[in-house]
Design a protein around this ligand. Structure first.
Ligand code: NAD
Ligand code: GLY
Length: 362
């Protein structure tokens, strides 16, 4: 696989480097992007640390960086206020200065938490994202959203703060458990649905992990290219960026229905995309057959196309959706595969329609 580099204009502007083995070249890449940085604060998790920590640290120390490492327990519960404070205290205890940087090595949990800590300590130091899950490579490491979870909900506190560099080593995906790989695939399929019908067909022709892995460079590049165009146009999520939430309003309802334990985010988004397509078809706005096409691409990947969900959970998810304003909510519908159609509608109307589609589960 050849090396691929994309540039994001948002923030100070930064490169996304997609390159097998780039972990071993991280020191030189970071030195070039952040020539004034002396100390690097490496944040990773308990699964990723033993797998990739030593190689990364060796690459950083080769370039004479002073490296401090903090390992958080793997899992969503680590995206907490307690861990955020712990990171602030750890960095300041080790003399962080404004020209130093935080390096996030891991999935979206590490990236979101470390990014938030970096964007707020000393009112902001630079971040380098080194994503190691499919989801974090195609989505969370690019675009500058950082967050922690609160007892009142997921991702309820955070910042917009673009990283200064994103280093993506596709080889790290080899150790990813099957369920995590397929969870990331739901977001990959989403890009085909909302932006690129040819990419959707390309994915449909690769129904196994082995076939997808053989073309992983193209897949990562295509997804990051779409995301960077969306972020360049709407960094602060007030317009176009909302299309990245295709399948997510319903997905949140499914996550809630399973108490965030039964279904991974990707599984919930997979079923949410099918429901959103069904909704569009019911309204006569989405080309007939789209829901079936999405089902056909998700099923061989082992992703669910239907998740039982009560209307009460639907109501709660619609109520807390970040795309809701007053009594209305913007639902991301498809016109056809590859083209989206955001549609603002009264929450009551949306819930009535969903009652027709999902009421059988109530
Ligand atoms: P994650 O970070 O929890 O990683 C999933 C699991 O895989 C963890 O157990 C992790 O330790 C393990 N892991 C990571 N890399 C591995 C590797 N290479 N080999 C083996 N195991 C590995 O989950 P995720 O799916 O990467 O990210 C989910 C998080 O991302 C959520 O908190 C979500 O809110 C957030 N998110 C943020 C954005 C954004 O724009 N900031 C977008 C989407 C999702
Ligand atoms: N993951 C959605 C966004 O970055 O806006």
């Amino acid at each position: 696989m050849e090396n691929r580099i994309l540039h994001v204009d948002a923030g100070a502007g930064y490169d996304i480097v997609i390159e097998p083995g780039v972990l071993d070249d991280a020191g030189a890449r970071i030195k070039a992007a952040l020539p004034r940085a002396k100390r690097l604060f490496l944040v990773t998790d308990s699964h990723v640390s033993p797998l990739y920590g030593p190689r990364l640290v060796a690459s950083l120390e080769k370039l004479s960086f002073e490296v401090h490492t903090h390992v958080i327990p793997a899992g969503e519960t680590s995206k907490s206020a307690e861990n955020l404070v712990a990171l602030w205290e750890w960095m300041t205890a080790h003399g962080v200065t404004r020209t130093d940087a935080v390096v996030a090595l891991g999935g979206g949990v590490v990236g979101d938490l470390a990014g938030f800590a970096a964007s707020t300590v000393l009112r902001g130091v630079d971040t380098v994202q080194i994503p190691t899950t499919l989801l974090s490579q195609v989505d969370s490491s690019v675009g500058g959203k950082t967050a922690i979870d609160l007892p009142t909900g997921k991702n309820l506190a955070g910042t917009f703060c673009q990283p200064r560099l994103v280093l993506m080593d596709p080889d790290t995906l080899a150790t990813l458990p099957e369920s995590e790989f397929m969870s990331g695939m739901a977001e990959v399929v989403k890009y085909g649905c909302i932006w690129d019908a040819d990419f959707f067909d390309f994915l449909a022709a690769r129904p196994t992990r082995a076939a997808l892995t053989a073309d992983i460079g193209h897949i990562l590049y295509t997804c990051c290219d779409i995301k960077r165009q969306v972020v360049n146009a709407d960094e602060r999520d007030t317009g176009l960026r909302m299309i990245l939430n295709f399948g997510h309003t319903l997905g949140h309802a499914y996550e809630l229905a399973g108490n965030y334990e039964t279904w991974t985010h990707g599984q919930a988004v997979a079923a949410g995309m099918v429901t959103a397509a069904e909704l569009g078809e019911t309204l006569g706005l989405t080309e007939a057959g789209c829901a079936d096409k999405i089902r056909a691409i998700l099923t061989p990947l082992g992703l669910p196309t239907h998740i039982p969900c009560s209307l009460a959970h639907m109501e709660k998810a619609v109520g807390i959706d970040k795309k809701s304003a007053g009594d209305s909510v913007t639902v991301i519908l498809l016109e056809k595969i590859g083209t989206v159609m955001p549609r603002k509608m009264p929450k009551e109307e949306l819930l009535e329609l969903l009652a027709g589609i999902c009421g059988r589960d109530a």
